[in-house]
Design a protein around this ligand. Structure first.
Ligand SMILES: [Zn+2]
Length: 303
């Protein structure tokens, strides 16, 4: 089991909501879909490392800083005598390896992820030294997508190709992993140093009125849902998923809070956001139950 879990970045969560509630321009949508794709690849790699039987510490997604340089590690695994950072790429299609880049056969050039890995390893080793740990770092770039091919890749580079993923897991099972308190102290330290970046600086402009109102399906994001007062459930007409009304209301409140961190959450606001399909008294009941109310009567808001 992972010692530190992976969550979607605030940026991805917000773009996901904006994409379905107001639509994104072509460039923004491309960026959004790339973030979705990257996150999907990373969670697929998590599913593989999750199965490791050896005693090791898995830290999913770290954003660290040393000497004013930030660096991100998709997956970090701490073993007895070494640390393995992994850079996970969810590229698909046919590429040609060039020392300074990866060239997609159908066009575009990509940065060579080995440069990124090199930088990560350099900064990570500095950080570990500052923390008093002298432990070897053995990084790799993992290509997780089964539809990825890299022609002309030199075999001595630290790449893990889709056909080598099982081998990688078998190899990791054999790495000596007798952990001591010192390893866990290091893991705790790294988790405490993990930074969460504010998403609000990198987003396209948006406002409340632009957002399409209504409850969306928790699973497929469709607006085609039916609310049944009797069953106290929201049913999706597209994927047939069902969700309890309390969970649906809270999910929508969290959407509003994420998009508009300064807005005051009131019963009327949530009622409008859900386009009036749920009764105000139901909304009020669950706001009261799950948040702290401030003010009274019609001036009440919830935090
Ligand atoms: Zn659905």
């Amino acid at each position: 089991m992972a010692y530190k879990n992976r969550n979607e970045s605030g940026e991805l969560l917000i773009l996901r909501i904006l994409n379905r509630r107001m639509g994104l321009k072509a460039e923004e949508q491309k960026k959004y879909l790339n973030l979705e794709k990257g996150f999907k690849g990373e969670t697929q790699f998590d599913e593989l490392t999750e199965n490791l039987q050896s005693q090791c510490i898995i830290l999913n997604e770290l954003l660290l800083e040393v000497n004013e340089s930030k660096f991100q590690i998709d997956t970090t695994i701490i073993f007895q005598d070494a640390i393995y950072p992994f850079e996970v790429k969810n590229y698909d299609g046919d590429f040609i390896y060039k020392p300074d880049r990866l060239k997609k056969i159908s066009g575009k050039d990509y940065k060579n992820p080995l440069d990124q890995l090199k930088r990560t390893q350099f900064l990570f080793s500095q950080l570990l030294q500052n923390l008093g740990y002298n432990i070897p770092i053995e990084g790799s770039v993992v290509f997780i997508n089964p539809e990825f091919t890299l022609y002309e890749a030199p075999p001595n580079k630290p790449f893990v190709f889709p056909t080598q993923l099982n081998q990688l897991i078998k190899k990791l099972e054999k790495v000596p992993a007798k952990l001591t308190n010192r390893h866990f102290k290091l893991a705790d330290k790294l988790v405490s140093l993990h930074q969460i970046e504010s998403p609000y600086t990198r987003l396209p402009p948006y406002d409340y009125n632009q957002q399409k109102k209504g409850i969306t399906c928790a699973k497929c994001n469709s607006f085609n849902v039916t609310f049944s007062t009797g069953a106290r459930k929201v049913f999706c007409d597209i994927c047939e998923c069902e969700e309890g009304i309390e969970s649906a209301i809270l999910r929508n409140v969290e959407e509003i809070k994420l998009l508009f961190p300064d807005i005051k959450i009131t019963t009327n606001l949530v009622y409008e956001w859900c386009s009036g399909v749920v009764a105000k008294k139901t909304i009020k009941k669950y706001l009261k139950k799950n948040y702290q109310s401030i003010g009274n009567k019609k001036y009440t808001y919830y935090i």
